[in-house]
Design a protein around this ligand. Structure first.
Ligand code: WTA
Length: 631
């Protein structure tokens, strides 16, 4: 399909996509190289849920990322690596070089017994080898499950066991800002609980001494000596699994979101080009880690399918100082920059002295993702980074959607502060009321759902299809429910308001409140806990935990430290509670259900209007909680 180049073109494409979705998506899919064309475009049902796209088609996403660019753009830079330390040499891999490295590493995987369909867990630093390993899995049809290198050993073990991975790829250690984190040691600890893993491939990154288990572990560099670089792309059925990515929901443990080959490739390629209005010479930088869906879709696969240069950054925005992002944009002449509101807010707070020294003239488009961007941050981004000449795309989507669903198309469709905008052609959002009835018209607010499938939608939650059905298709029958609330303004632009379920979004990272409670409750002295989100200036939401101990702690600060350690070992540092209040009870109904509404209000500091508390099991507890509130 031709890229959308004007507002009229958008309106026309949207109309066509609704009138004849199958014809629309066929045209979109034809942009890619298929090994065999599909026989049917889609078959789907939302009640009970099942969905398939480009049925009977064969494709390999790496052929679309690599092989097809070699002839015309083999010498063009595919990955541009900026290391954590600004003084380190920049690494550039052309499309040809990346192709060779992916094929070689794919042969390493084969040599080590990885077969099509096997699950491979990647726990790696943000270095080109993570991209290479991910693509190498896709090359041979192994299913990658990338786990962000900030999760704990327990969290890794849970993910490995849930998807029955037999292989792990990791590194000795990583650098993130001033910190260094052991990776291999964390994997070793995790694998004590994972009897199914029989091979670990270790990339030597920082040159740390690590324990090598001779029966299980091999070095990346040794293995490369044993293979050649000839590795044809495995023909994958359109509906074969491409990857699993774990994400948190409102209940239980994180679930493995499953994406499949044909539909995911089609939608990511289409959304990437259109939202960012990509041009062949763009130097594009997405600051997300490949451990999150944004890194999968819009650092790795989207840019490579487009044949452009994708910048990969190992570090953090504030090290060595708060000018790092802007210095990297200057250094590499970045033209499209895609980051998270939390980063923008934290850099905004540091002041313009960190921005002004740098030349940001190369910038053409700015993007935001992961959480609502408040107006103040939007304006700061637009004025001080975009110098009032770069459109901002505020992209709303989810791990489950695979790609951007609601966003302006840069410079083409209207962009308004704090609003994601119109849906992409092919995407049919609706606002629902409490009873699941569609709210028509503009200037309305409701629960955001999608009424028609799109190619990159979640297929299942790995190993538990019923959980997928329950989570996304049971709240409102006949719809995919996003878990988000939204408002449609007077012109039909969508504004995302936040989660309406028990999911909190901390610095763009998703956690279930139950997940954090379960972690806290692992501490021996803790009887019960309740976690809620509250507005946080930098992180978007902070984590507020109400905790009941077996006896009131004599040293609350020490107890807090112990709780941090417990959460750290169950999930990882990223889930550290911002506030922990010790309480003697929780507000519950007579049937024992915690009334989170009250806890949320107290955490937000809105204590004057808590609603009716007389039906509580113990109304006095609310007084105690208010008195002990942490500000
Ligand atoms: C939130 C990240 C407002 C939303 C790609 C969603 C957003 C959750 C935006 C998914 C945005 C993401 N504006 N909210 N532009 N983008 N969200 O799975 O609540 O990590 O449901 O995917 O982030 O988070 P996830």
């Amino acid at each position: 399909m031709q890229n959308i180049q004007s507002l009229e073109h958008y309106v026309e494409a949207y109309r066509k996509s609704i009138e004849n979705p199958e014809a629309f998506w066929e045209e979109v899919a034809s942009d890619l190289v298929w090994k065999e064309k599909w026989k049917r475009v889609t078959e789907w049902n939302f009640d009970p849920y099942s969905c398939a796209w480009f049925i009977g088609g064969k494709i390999n996403i790496t052929e679309n990322c690599l092989d097809r660019h070699i002839a015309a753009r083999g010498d063009h830079t595919a990955l541009l690596f900026e290391s954590n330390n600004p003084d380190d040499e920049v690494r550039r891999l052309t499309y040809r070089e990346l192709y060779v490295q992916v094929c070689r590493f794919a042969n390493v995987l084969k040599r080590n017994g990885v077969r099509k369909g096997d699950r491979v867990c990647l726990y790696m630093p943000m270095v080109p080898e993570l991209a290479i390993a991910t693509l190498a899995c896709a090359r041979i049809g192994a299913v990658h499950s990338v786990v962000f290198a900030g999760f704990s050993a327990t969290a890794i073990a849970d993910r490995i066991n849930d998807s029955d991975c037999s292989f792990v790829i990791t590194a000795d250690a990583l650098s993130r800002g001033a910190k260094q984190i052991p990776l291999k040691a964390v994997v070793d600890e995790a694998l004590m609980q994972c009897p199914g893993v029989h091979r670990v491939i270790v990339y030597k990154h920082l040159g740390w001494d690590v324990v090598i288990n001779n029966r299980r572990d091999v070095w990346w560099h040794d293995e490369l000596q044993m293979v050649d670089s000839d590795c044809p792309a495995e023909p994958m059925d359109s509906e074969d699994i491409l990857f699993i990515l774990y994400t948190s929901g409102s209940t239980g443990k994180p679930k493995g979101v499953v994406h499949t080959c044909g539909g995911y490739a089609t939608y990511v390629n289409y959304s990437f080009k259109n939202v960012f209005q990509i041009a062949p010479d763009d130097v594009y930088w997405c600051t997300a880690d490949i451990g999150w869906v944004t890194g999968h879709s819009y650092l790795l696969y989207g840019p490579l399918m487009s044949g452009i240069t994708s910048v990969m950054f190992e570090g953090i925005p504030t090290w060595p100082d708060a000018g790092r992002f802007w210095s990297v944009i200057d250094k590499h002449h970045v033209s499209v920059f895609y980051t998270a509101p939390t980063a923008i807010r934290s850099l905004m707070a540091m002041g313009l002295d960190y921005v002004l020294p740098y030349n940001l003239h190369s910038l053409r488009v700015l993007g935001s993702v992961g959480e609502p961007i408040n107006e103040e941050a939007w304006h700061w981004y637009s004025i001080h980074i975009g110098k009032n000449r770069c459109p901002i795309v505020d992209t709303w989507w989810q791990t489950e959607t695979g790609g951007i669903m609601i966003s302006s198309l840069a410079g083409i469709t209207p962009s308004k502060p704090a609003h994601a905008g119109f849906p992409l052609p092919g995407i049919q959002p609706v606002l629902l009321d409490q009873d699941g009835k569609i709210i028509e018209g503009n200037d309305k607010e409701g629960y955001l759902a999608i009424r028609y499938p799109w190619p990159s939608m979640i297929r299942t939650t790995f190993g538990d299809h019923e959980r997928c059905r329950q989570t996304y298709f049971s709240t409102y029958r006949g719809y995919y429910f996003t878990g988000d609330g939204a408002r449609r303004d007077e012109n039909g632009l969508y504004r995302l308001i936040g989660r309406v379920d028990d999911v909190i979004n901390v610095s763009g990272h998703r956690f279930g409140t139950a997940e954090i409670e379960n972690a806290i409750n692992q501490h021996k002295q803790i009887i019960e806990s309740a976690v809620v989100g509250y507005p946080h200036d930098i992180k978007g939401q902070g984590i507020y935990a109400y905790v009941i101990c077996d006896t009131q702690p004599d040293n609350p600060d020490r107890m807090r430290e112990e709780i941090f350690e417990t959460v750290n070992s169950e999930i990882g540092r990223i889930a550290k509670p911002d506030k922990i209040q010790f309480v003697s009870g929780l507000p519950k109904t007579r049937s024992g259900k915690i009334i989170r509404r009250i806890l949320r209000k107290v955490a937000e500091g809105e204590v004057s209007n808590l609603g009716d508390t007389t039906t509580l099991l113990d109304p006095l507890i609310v007084e105690e909680i208010i008195r002990g509130r942490l500000v």
